[in-house]
Design a protein around this ligand. Structure first.
Ligand code: ZN
Length: 176
């Protein structure tokens, strides 16, 4: 991997972590020339997944757009960008797991909301209010009530344990 600072191609992997049910590997690398530490993500090559908007319009799936939306929702909140990147990778992994060619934008939105809800409640409400385009206050409060109930629970972060789910390809397609 070429160092983003000195451009030397001379690095070592300091740490490797698997996330998003094993579909993403995060590597912490160190440049041996200038000692800069940086992160790389290894993931399955993106397919031509398309997002189907409410209008029926199809746009190509864009990870960065998801991250941008999450970053915006977390503006000025104590959420590390790294957490958001991991959340974003999980969203992508889940979409790819369940959708082959096309995914409704509603699904993408709710997966993002799910992630934000476990990261930061304010971010979640921000995102939800923009995404869901709340018509009135009562709808907004409705969305808010499960959060308020949850607030009493422990604040401790629960790292999601990757579940051991065995998924095997469903047979092979023989051609001729
Ligand atoms: Zn370097």
């Amino acid at each position: 991997m070429r160092c983003p600072r000195c451009k030397d191609d001379n690095d070592r992997v300091v740490d490797s972590r698997t996330s998003a049910e094993g579909t993403v590997i995060r590597r912490r690398r160190e440049c041996l020339s200038c000692f800069l530490r940086y992160t790389t993500y290894e993931r399955i090559e993106e397919t031509a997944l398309r997002v189907v908007k409410k209008s029926g319009e199809r746009v190509s799936f864009d990870r960065d757009r998801i991250l941008t939306g999450m970053l915006r929702a977390c503006e000025k909140l104590p959420v590390p960008v790294e957490e958001l990147e991991m959340a974003c990778a999980r969203v992508e992994a889940r979409i790819l797991e369940e959708h082959d060619r096309e995914v409704p934008s509603v699904v993408v939105g709710s997966l993002v909301m799910e992630e934000l809800r476990s990261l930061d409640q304010v971010a979640y409400v921000r995102f939800a209010s923009v995404y869901r385009e709340f018509r009135d206050v009562s709808q907004f409060l409705e969305e808010l009530s499960p959060i308020m109930g949850r607030k009493k629970a422990k604040k401790a972060k629960k790292p999601k344990k990757p579940k051991k789910s065995k998924k095997k390809g469903a047979g092979e397609d023989g051609e001729g």
